[in-house]
Design a binder for this molecule. Structure first.
Ligand code: NAD
Ligand code: UDP
Length: 318
């Protein structure tokens, strides 16, 4: 059944704003809710005057109801390690109180619900690639725990609303995703490396750069999320690009794609930084027929203009 009115938390963020565009393109009305703690209204600027979109500035840790909806996409949460370590208690609260408030809304209106979970639920994984049935290896008291444990609590809460109240819930475990609208200063590896390469600054690689990540372009992720939401699959599902890169290889690819002559410099490895990460996407392939289409080189090329604009904006503001 086609959606009529969808509420998206975290709509002013990188992923929330792309999801907003995708849901509007399907013809539904969208209510975007965001407290702007890490997001930006610039990501929604192009929707000014769109009668099908309304924005509500609100912290979802406090209960909310902006009228009946038939689907809730819960994407509000600081997401980059720099942001969630700065906003530790806020991150725990949005994963707990915020998730409960979003679930209460879905329960009230008998709406479907999809939550943005994360590969970080697997922590520093001992199983490789990570399959959904793996329970993870998370340090519950380390600096990343404000995010990891918040997301694990969200998953447990969602399962409880499904089991006890019959709310129709889904969860996507998102692996590192990038593209235009990534906040240029939130410290994530692709935004850091692209901004550094295009500005002619040194590229910072943490540790020896041998740790791995698997990078998914935003349009592939958004397509997977919408397919998952519509499938109604109740258990967590990985969506990510299984092509695995060392961070050093990633930095060299950024230099190549941007044509930059910047140098690579090495900086200390942050505590509890996962050594390897790669999604097993067998489940998404089989239940959704989903497959990523954009490889890292192509995705970086498609992101280049955006990062160039951000550098120009920063220079103009000086
Ligand atoms: P982002 O920081 O760009 O967006 C998050 C948005 O949530 C921001 O606009 C922020 O202002 C908003 N927000 C935070 N706390 C809020 C609160 N209490 N009330 C209302 N709004 C609040 O990050 P993103 O990359 O777009 O991430 C979106 C979601 O996807 C997050 O839940 C994140 O954990 C998840 N995720 C993202 C990735 C990724 O690689 N991008 C990977 C795994 C999971
Ligand atoms: N990283 C890096 N240089 C940077 C930013 C990050 O080498 O300027 C590394 C970081 O240590 C991690 C990987 O890149 O191993 C991905 O970091 P990010 O913050 O993007 O996300 P994470 O997957 O750790 O949540």
């Amino acid at each position: 059944m086609a959606w009529k009115r969808v509420l998206i938390t975290g709509a002013a963020g990188f992923l929330g704003s792309h999801l907003t565009d995708a849901v509007l393109a399907e013809g539904a009305e969208v209510i975007g809710v965001d407290n702007l703690c890490t997001g930006s209204l610039e990501n929604l600027q192009h929707l000014k005057g769109n009668a099908k979109f309304t924005f509500q500035q609100h912290d979802i840790c406090h209960p909310f109801d902006f009228g009946e909806v038939d689907y809730v996409l819960n994407f509000a949460s600081p997401a980059s390690p720099v942001d969630y370590m700065k906003l530790g208690p806020e991150t725990l609260r949005v994963g707990s109180d915020g998730t409960v408030n979003a679930l209460e809304l879905a329960k009230k209106y008998n709406a479907g619900f999809l939550h943005a979970s994360t590969s970080e639920c697997y922590g520093d994984p001992e199983v490789h690639p990570q399959v959904e049935t793996y329970w993870g290896n998370v340090n519950p008291i380390g600096p990343r725990s404000v995010y990891d444990e918040a997301k694990r609590f969200s998953e447990a809460t969602i399962m409880a609303y499904q089991r006890y109240y019959g709310v129709r819930t889904s969860m996507v475990r998102i692996f590192n995703t990038y593209g235009p609208r990534l906040q240029p200063n939130d410290g994530r590896v692709i935004s850091n490396l692209m901004m550094q390469a295009l500005a002619g600054d040194d590229l910072t690689v943490y540790g020896d750069g041998a740790q791995t990540r698997s990078f998914c372009f935003q349009s592939d992720l958004v397509r997977g999320i919408l397919a998952l939401a519509k499938s109604g699959e109740p258990l967590p599902t990985n969506i990510g690009n299984p092509e695995e890169w060392t961070i050093l290889e990633c930095a060299k690819t950024v230099l190549d794609v941007t044509g930059s002559s910047s140098k690579i410099v090495y900086r200390p490895m942050p505590q509890d930084d996962p050594k390897q990460r790669k999604p097993d996407i067998t489940k998404a392939r089989s239940i959704l027929g989903w497959e990523p289409k954009v490889n890292l080189r192509e995705g970086l090329e498609m992101s280049m203009d955006y990062f160039k604009q951000r550098i120009a904006q920063a220079a103009a503001a000086k």
